[in-house]
Write a protein that binds this ligand. Structure first.
Ligand code: NAP
Length: 505
């Protein structure tokens, strides 16, 4: 490693995405006195997930006092698990408070990012170009809607849309509505739809374990007390964090009291379903937490209503009139809601990227998506991914995860500013070693206990942090520059793959 020089320089940083993690990165840079950054946002407004998802019943099943930036806690949360609109308002408020607007460029989807001569050269879809010393992806994990490959899907005469593309112009009152899917989105939307639909059908391919989730509101007095006593507010945040991490972190292990507790709670919830036939249809044939746990107090009461039916016969096709089942039965519908999830992973959201010597991101991930310590990639110098592969996902607060990652990136930027290097990326052999350990541990978790889920990659390996939240913070506590290689001062646009070094750059 080169000896640090006394030169100090301010890097030009480009952040892709103005959702929760992109805003956070911007705030961290501002706190460090770095104003030379741009947030390129593909849409016309900020908010990421909370901008895109507006379906009825949307809320966050991570407690709001924990699902908040630790440095900007909100004493005003209205409920234990607040709704999507309130969460979006929170992020907008934080962006305004930290004056991020001058840095955000809307309707700028990055199309290409090429690393050339120690800098990232970016091109947006509308042809604008930019150059950055440090590139940060804050594109999220679950963003690209998965439209199911069901025959005849384009032939439906009524309204059809994905939960993340809700068409609020469509009248729902008195309509025959079908919801395909039983993930968190599909489950959350059933109760409100059951209040307006004349008939509601939920098409279930796989039953879900559903954890009870009481969601009491906070009184005005409670909010005022937290407003006046910031220390108590902080205590709330940490209390929820500790409780949540203890439960989620422990519950992913195949044995342990947390698993037993979650299993019992889910079973207790299921037993609230009165009709034994319906209860059996709703009973999953795999262990709780194998898929991302769904939480709701409202779903079972709603699915038992007279105007609601759970359909478990497989779908054959969609026709002009509705959904035809493999049994031949046609369920006539006016509206079809696709609660069919997302193509998971940061790889689905990234632009076309070329690292050192023209190495593309597809080539880098040809054997499966991975990362160095959840946020960087060999041969892609000065590039970081917030919520990247192997970060804790699922039943964790992604805000807390992104805070840990941005702290780490800021340490890297501090070294850059000292002049320790111009461009560095993690070493291949260190990355492989770390990933081998992660993969081995992930294979021992409940995620591999016999179900299909978006946690698993194409090889059937979970791409998620298999240990506790505390261990994740420990993992990223120190910047280990000895685990990085310098990028060459100049690099050619392309090079034969065979000529690439197997190690480092
Ligand atoms: P999801 O969990 O991936 O669920 C998709 C559902 O659609 C599954 O039930 C799946 O069945 C079904 N499906 C997919 N293709 C189908 C087809 N061709 N025919 C029939 N059924 C089909 O998606 P999601 O509900 O949008 O949730 C995704 C993630 O977003 C969650 O796991 C969670 O992390 C996050 N989320 C969080 C919250 C929150 O409150 N924090 C709320 C919503 C979403 P199979 O199970 O058989 O594949």
């Amino acid at each position: 490693m080169a000896v640090a020089t006394s030169i100090t320089r301010s890097p030009k940083v480009c952040i892709m995405g103005a959702g929760m993690s992109g805003l956070l990165m911007g705030i961290r840079l501002k706190e460090a006195g770095i104003d030379s950054f741009t947030i390129l946002e593909k849409a016309a407004s900020l908010g990421g997930t909370w901008r895109e998802n507006t379906y009825p019943g949307l809320s966050c099943d991570v407690p709001s006092h924990y699902y908040s930036y630790s440095f900007d806690l909100n004493p005003q949360w209205s409920r234990t698990f607040s709704g999507g609109a309130e969460i979006l308002e929170y992020f907008k408020g934080v962006a305004e408070k930290y004056n991020l607007s001058p840095h955000i460029k809307f309707n700028k989807k990055v199309k290409n990012a090429k690393f050339l001569n120690e800098q990232w050269h970016l091109e947006t879809e509308d042809g604008e170009t930019d150059v950055a010393d440090i590139l940060v992806s804050a594109c999220g994990i679950l963003h690209t809607p998965k439209i199911p490959d069901i025959a005849g899907i384009d032939s439906f005469n009524g309204a059809l849309f994905h939960t993340s593309q809700w068409d609020h112009n469509v009248e729902l009152k008195g309509q025959r509505i079908g919801v395909i899917g039983t993930g968190s989105s599909g489950i959350q939307t059933i109760a409100p739809l059951s209040n307006v639909a004349s008939q509601l059908y939920q098409f279930q391919r796989t039953a879900q374990w559903i954890m009870p989730l009481p969601n009491p509101g906070y009184s005005r007095i409670h909010q005022q007390i937290l407003q006046r006593l910031p220390l108590l507010n902080r205590l709330y945040h940490h209390g929820f964090r500790i409780g949540f991490e203890l439960l989620s972190g422990g519950a992913i292990k195949k044995a342990g009291w947390q698993r037993k507790l979650v299993n019992r709670a889910c079973l207790y919830n299921l037993n609230s379903v009165k009709d034994p036939a319906l209860r059996e249809k709703l009973r999953p044939n795999y262990q709780a937490l194998c898929k991302r746990l769904v939480m709701s107090n409202e779903y079972y009461p709603a699915i038992q209503k007279e105007n609601v039916a759970l359909v478990t016969d497989p779908i054959d096709c969609i026709t002009a009139e509705g959904v035809r089942l493999k049994t031949g039965e046609l369920i006539e519908l006016d509206v079809i809601v696709l609660a069919t999830g997302f193509y998971p992973g940061v790889d689905k959201q990234l632009p076309h990227m070329e690292g050192v010597n023209g190495m593309t991101i597809e080539e880098a991930w040809s054997n499966g998506v991975d990362s160095y310590r959840s946020l960087a990639l060999p041969r892609f110098p000065n590039f970081f991914m917030l919520l990247g592969p192997y970060c804790p996902i699922g039943n964790f607060s992604v805000i807390s995860v992104a805070e840990t990652q941005t702290d780490y990136i800021m340490k890297f930027i501090a070294e850059y500013m000292k002049g320790s290097f111009k461009a560095m990326s993690p070493k291949v052999e260190i990355t492989n070693q770390l990933n081998d350990q992660l993969k081995a541990a992930a294979r021992t978790t409940v995620w591999t206990s016999g179900c299909q889920s978006w946690y698993l990659d194409r090889n059937g390996d979970p791409i998620s942090w298999p240990w506790s939240g505390r261990q994740f913070r420990q993992h990223l506590k120190e910047l280990r520059l000895e685990e990085f290689d310098f990028a060459p001062a100049t690099s050619t646009e392309t090079e034969e793959p065979s000529k690439r070094s197997a190690v480092g750059l």
